[in-house]
Design a protein around this ligand. Sequence first.
Ligand SMILES: Cc1ncc(COP(=O)(O)O)c(C=O)c1O
Ligand SMILES: C[C@H](O)[C@H](N)C(=O)O
Length: 392
Amino acid sequence: MTAEKTATMDLPPEYISAANDLRSDTFTTPTEAMIKAALNASVGDAVYGEDVDTARLEQTVARLAGKEAGLFCVSGTMSNQIALRTHLYQPPYSILCDYRAHVYTHEAAGLAILSQAMVVPVIPSNGNYLTLEDIKSHYVPDDGDIHGAPTKVLSLENTLHGIVYPLEELVRIKAWCMENGMKLHCDGARIWNAVAETKVPLKQFGELFDSISICLSKSMGAPIGSILVGNAKFIRKANHFRKQQGGGIRQSGMISRMALVNVDGDWKTDLLRSHALAHDLAAFCKVKGIPLESPADTNFVFIDLRAAKMNPDVLVKKGLKYNVKLMGGRISFHYQVSDESLANVKQALLEAFEYAKEHPFDQNGPTQIYRSESTEIDVHGNAIQDIKGYKY
Ligand SMILES: Cc1ncc(COP(=O)(O)O)c(C=O)c1O
Ligand SMILES: C[C@H](O)[C@H](N)C(=O)O
């Protein structure tokens, strides 16, 4: 699963290479091994449970997580949304999560619309992850008070913004959830990164969470998909909601076989390489005095744009100058990022930091992890439009 094994289709390199794409680990591209595996995939109708490779992928990931069953979903968003909906019964109810949680900030109000749930977003008192004390002081108890929407599910993220969730805190939270009849869901879009970094087996997280959404299309490099894992009864009902939301796909064997290439491969070594690149950049930022928003535990480096008074658009354009694709203050590493891109992003970051000293930028409005307008670049990495006319 090393970087050189990207596909060698007869397409221009910028179409298939993610070597300089530090916008997100969602930009990893299918490898030649994946494309070849897809050619030999089963072709059953997965809606009827007749696709062998889809079933194998679901059972493989469920087994790794120590759960009874798994369900292939076309995206992490779908996997999260149907998981949370499945845990919920009689409204009014609420879901508690970190104020930065993807299920709250980046899933288009799915919890409000698909689950009719109120969200209780909480700012962690330690700045990094929710503690049991944070949860206890914000959840809505089911005490019969008709003003409230009792909290029925905690949705935690591991990793969140690349931050590893301490196992001992998860154990405390789980015990409290069991005492208080609350379900515990994990958005595990990057749980593989947490496993690789902490060496805590995925099965140990599986014992703590009632459900985990495990993405295959982020650091694991698959083109499509996530696996939702849980007990058999939960997965049966989640499958019902998946169908309702149009997620029952037919011959998914080809994309399942593509995902299995890395799931069955040496993913820990390759994820740890991406973490080493991120740790290198974080150390560089420390030496240069470039502030970070959170600890770079795994594959993300979050630049504290506010503290640096750095304009994300300038950072993006400095990235283009040094042939690295960025989309804001989050710098994302993955197994296909080249060593050269690490050197290049350091140059881009340093110049943007120096530029900010002469041209301080006050970030009005909420901090975003990426800027849509700044990512208007063509396949050759050239800015389609001059971003706010910056001359630098
Ligand atoms: C933490 C987290 N959860 C869930 C998702 C949703 O995944 P998808 O983009 O496949 O819907 C993402 C997106 O990459 C994410 O970063
Ligand atoms: C935020 C966006 O939806 C995607 N999950 C990413 O991490 O790039």
